[in-house]
Design a protein around this ligand. Structure first.
Ligand code: BTN
Length: 298
């Protein structure tokens, strides 16, 4: 991939494997040549999409993974910083050195997708559980893909589908996750100064080894995705319990359909399909599967 490997003591490929094996106990095998922990990169999602772009068909007509598919499935690229990290709606994702971990992986689904939110929801739960096990801090999840600690966003998740040239459906996912570990909120760019934060307070004495957080999170993500619909009930149960928006007044901006006018609503909660249920000002109930939801000021 033509990148410089990270040599940070707490964030390198060797220590990732050490912690991954400790976590996985042989349940999930990762191939050494498919995992790379870089010092810096433009964007881990961009790099993995470029790898996919160079390959041909990943899944045959009968659903079997091709040789190229097997070569790319569960490829992981992590980085200590990103110069052009991005998130949903092509917004830039602040990814400075020292403060966090930024990583993406390729996942080639073996079964048809039963719920479009499956990847994002599973990964948000995986991050939350990993953070809680390592730090004792209990993150919340702001529907649909943000992880929050102390009312600040500490992690964003972006799932992108990839359809090889000539194929008629999405054959691979690139899932990117950025976690801010320790953030000096005063040093944040103006536009996220009041919203973003780190898992640990910048003055906290608590330690969190970055490769260990990466390994634990990756293990949980891959376990959920490999299990597929069998784990959905548990995953969505955990997702509901951690819902940050329940009972709050929000502004909803639809991102699909003809009417993209924002409206105000009160969040009822998350349902079994991971949809956000809101009560509009006229008393009607809406179930959202996509959309931008922001907390209403005051
Ligand atoms: C969002 O908050 O809208 C999603 C942010 C996703 C950021 C991660 S960091 C690793 C990967 N590389 C990127 O460029 N984006 C994702």
């Amino acid at each position: 991939m033509n990148l410089t490997e990270s040599t940070a003591p707490d964030f390198n490929t060797e220590s990732f494997f050490h912690y991954f094996e400790e976590e996985s106990k042989g349940m999930i095998q990762l191939e050494r040549e498919k995992v790379f922990v870089a010092q810096t990169v433009d964007s881990t999602n961009t790099r993995l999409k470029a790898l996919l772009q160079e390959s041909g068909t990943l899944v045959d007509a009968d659903g079997t993974m091709t040789e190229q598919g097997s070569r790319l499935h569960k490829t992981i690229l992590a980085s200590a910083s990103q110069s052009s990290g991005y998130g949903r709606l092509s917004r830039s994702f602040y990814s400075p050195d020292q403060n966090g971990i930024y990583f993406s992986f390729i996942y080639i689904p073996q079964a048809p997708l039963f719920n479009p939110a499956f990847y994002t929801v599973s990964c948000a739960v995986a991050v939350s559980l990993a953070v809680e096990e390592l730090t004792g801090i209990k993150p919340k999840i702001k529907w649909v893909n943000d992880v929050y600690v102390e009312n600040r966003k500490v992690c964003g998740i972006l799932s992108e589908g990839f359809c090889p040239p000539g194929a008629d459906r999405v054959q691979a996912m690139v899932i990117g996750i950025g976690i801010n570990l320790r953030t000096d909120t005063l040093a944040l760019p103006e536009e996220i100064k009041d919203k973003a934060g780190g898992i640990l307070d910048s003055t906290s004495k608590k330690e969190c080894h970055r490769a260990r957080l990466l390994a634990k999170t990756m293990f949980k993500c891959l376990s959920f995705l490999d299990e597929g619909c069998d784990c959905w009930k548990n995953v969505v149960g955990e997702y509901k319990k951690r819902s940050y928006l329940d009972g709050k007044i929000v502004s909803v901006t639809p991102i699909v359909g003809e009417n993209t006018n924002a409206y105000q609503a009160k969040v009822i909660g998350i349902n079994d399909e991971a949809e956000l249920e809101v009560e509009c000002e006229d008393g009607s109930i809406k179930k959202l599967s996509t959309g931008e939801v922001t907390l209403h000021e005051n």
